[in-house]
Design a protein around this ligand. Sequence first.
Ligand code: GAR
Length: 222
Amino acid sequence: MTKQRVGVLISGRGSNMKSLIAAAQAADYPAEIAVVISNVPGAGGLAIAAEAGVRALVIDSKSFGKGADGKRKFESALTAELKAARVDLVCLAGFMRLLSADFVNDWSGRLVNIHPSLLPAFKGLDVHAEMLRAGVKIAGCTVHYVSAEMDAGPIIGQAAVPVHSGDTPETLAARILDEEHKLYPECVRRIADGEVRLRDGIAVLSGAPASGALANPVRSPR
Ligand code: GAR
């Protein structure tokens, strides 16, 4: 089996990256983590990746200067490393830099993100507090292809969790994060297995979800 080569981009603690690395350790998983890149020096995820024997490096986004020129230079450094690692798929995992339309276009159909809400609702930052303020009763997470607009693009998979009365942003975030850690590896598996096709701007899935995914019917992308 030729495994798809995945590059994971992080900015922080890297728990989603960790779940991808763990899934990729299974012999029958169709993808391998070729490289982890953090745009933030000292991000917690870097040590986790290195400990797991995955190549981990820093491309400090701040070191390229501000403005469009700095962003362009940062993104070409990113692309150079991803290409050097012969990456087929780029997974954003808590990567907190907005990418330019050029970068998104260059990696079109090969760039995915995880976001802690049921998109297209609750884009952006502080979504857990916003969901509680809005009084939603169901929350969740989404894995999607990335388009130039923030937290947007064809939806590959979603998982739902209940919102409990008495939830704080922290308790809700923890409940959603547990689902993120299952959803992301499952979606990457399905992409790598060729079960996800883009048709008219929508991700269409074939094949069956892994048996564990059935525990949450909303995590069974159809
Ligand atoms: C995750 O909850 C992820 O969904 C979110 O950041 C967190 C990163 O945690 N991403 C976004 O909000 C993207 N808009 P992690 O570093 O432990 O994976």
